[in-house]
Design a protein around this ligand. Structure first.
Ligand code: RB5
Length: 172
């Protein structure tokens, strides 16, 4: 499978580990960054990672930040994405089987690497069960998101990046 991955600066090492783990299992990885530990903003990478799934460059996506909350919330705002934050294998199994979730979010400072690998295994191995009920519910969930002009605005985070470039954030 082709897997789109992304993270913020808090968990770059974990994202890199996940990329290698996926490759060791024979998957192709699209790494959307961030690529170092310089402070950045999780919505940038939630959006980039999710976009690859929506435009079908990737089959599924995995997003990671410290808690997983910020980047997962960002990814799920992209039309066509059903993203969920997972911290156990049973949740990810349900998310794939019933909701055909196409992006999972993980808290890299919450879950250990072994659990993250188990979650990813279940995410990639579990098949969506298309029942009339699941299909109808997913269609309704997908229809809740409205078209949003800002979604395609590549400059939407520029003000934050400029603030960073001008020393506007204290060191973390
Ligand atoms: C750092 O920006 C931190 O807020 C982020 O990694 C995450 O924990 C947010 O949910």
């Amino acid at each position: 499978m082709k897997i789109s991955i992304g993270c913020d600066h808090i968990v770059t090492d974990i994202k890199n580990h996940i990329g290698k783990y996926l490759e060791s299992k024979g998957h192709e990885v699209i790494d959307n960054g961030t690529y170092d530990h310089e402070r950045t903003h999780y919505p940038i990478y939630g959006k980039k990672t999710a976009a690859k799934v929506v435009n079908k460059e990737a089959d599924l996506g995995i997003v990671i930040c410290g808690t997983g909350v910020g980047i997962t919330t960002s990814a799920t705002k992209i039309k066509g994405i059903r993203a969920t934050l997972v911290r156990d294998v049973e949740t990810v199994r349900y998310a794939r089987e019933e909701l055909n979730v196409n992006v999972i979010g993980i808290g890299g400072r919450i879950c250990g690497v072994g659990l993250i690998e188990n979650i990813i295994d279940v995410f990639l191995e579990t098949k969506y069960k298309e029942t009339p009920e699941n299909k109808a519910l997913i269609e309704k969930i997908d229809a809740m998101i409205e078209d949003n002009e800002q979604a395609n605005d590549e400059t939407m985070f520029d003000e934050f990046i400029e603030k960073w470039n001008n020393g506007g954030y204290p060191a973390e």
